[in-house]
Design a protein around this ligand. Structure first.
Ligand code: DON
Length: 304
């Protein structure tokens, strides 16, 4: 399979469809990005990079960062983590608060915002300098210094963090939050404000295509069993209330962010990152999802 030809074909076909969506505006700074950006990077398990379009242009990774923080925490807490956060799809939007009340403060999964806040809280308990640790960890996964913080996006989200802050207080009321709330919110917003390009993101995700071993970090990041579980969570919960649709159309474990990025993996074969800022009503990139759908159609295989 010629991956370069494959992603170039996909890129061109998606561009011809002229799909439109809406750039996320609830974090005002995110609206400043050019809506026509579109890039794809695929990395095989030998570390070979295939790229097309804006695959080396950094963008706001937002919720894709939740996979990295989950990995950091899963490694430290192992199965103890699952008493604080469940592993079920939520069927609700990523920022829904209602479910937290009737499920007594245990978030449905680590990728909806309340679940990700529990993960960042757990991370805060284990790492002395959480923000620096997140940064170093992702750099190591990508095998290069690549993490940049977009200060404007960070300040913009901090000024509009009412909803996430409310969730954190709610979690605390159910005794599922240990650390200082403003501190954890700052760390969470920091991780969401990280900028990376598709190439760096695909490199950083490659351990999940390789049973937990990163060829860029040159070490085991998760054991094989933990790696399979993170992939299961991405498949069932990575796209919030569109996870079923993503599994149906694409059939790969993946994670989206409201910056318009999607990172996905094909176990034993490759990792891939796609970026285009315009989102559908579920908060997922319209073009990135279409690109991945065309990719697995052309490959004639997915997980299934
Ligand atoms: O907490 C938030 O709302 C954002 N920082 C991240 C949300 C996000 O990326 C959801 N994914 N599609």
């Amino acid at each position: 399979m010629d991956y370069q030809e494959l992603i170039s074909e996909v890129y061109q076909e998606v561009n011809e469809l002229d799909l439109r969506g809406k750039v996320a505006d609830y974090i005002p700074e995110l609206t400043k990005v050019s809506r026509n950006r579109f890039g794809i990077a695929l990395i095989d398990l030998e570390g070979k990079v295939y790229g097309v379009g804006d695959y080396q242009v950094p963008f706001s990774i937002q919720s894709i960062s939740k996979v990295f923080t989950l990995t950091m925490v899963f490694h430290k807490f192992r199965s103890k983590l699952w008493s604080r956060v469940n592993v079920e799809p939520s069927g609700n939007p990523f920022n829904s608060i209602a479910q937290l009340e009737y499920e007594k403060g245990v978030p449905r999964n680590p990728f909806v915002n309340p679940g990700a806040l529990v993960i960042t809280d757990a991370l805060t308990s284990k790492f002395e300098n959480p923000t620096q640790s997140i940064r170093d960890y992702i750099d190591e996964l990508a095998g290069q210094h690549c993490v940049r913080i977009n200060e404007e996006v960070m300040q913009s989200e901090l000024q509009h963090a009412e909803r996430n802050t409310a969730m954190a207080y709610f979690l605390k009321a159910y005794k599922n939050f240990d650390n200082d709330i403003p501190e954890v919110i700052r760390t969470y917003v920091y991780q969401c404000s990280i900028e990376m390009c598709c190439e760096e993101l695909a490199k950083a995700f490659s351990y999940l295509a390789n049973d937990g071993y990163s060829i860029f970090a040159k070490r085991e990041i998760l054991n094989e069993s933990q790696s399979r579980r993170v992939n299961a969570l991405m498949l069932t919960c990575g796209f919030y209330d569109e996870s079923g649709e993503f599994a149906f159309r694409v059939g790969l474990p993946g994670k989206s962010g409201v910056g318009g990025g999607v990172a996905a993996i094909m176990p034993g074969k490759f990792s891939i990152a796609v970026w285009s800022p315009e989102l559908n009503e579920k908060g997922n990139s319209v073009k990135a999802i279409k690109a991945l759908e065309l990719l697995t159609d052309k490959l004639k295989f997915s997980l299934f």
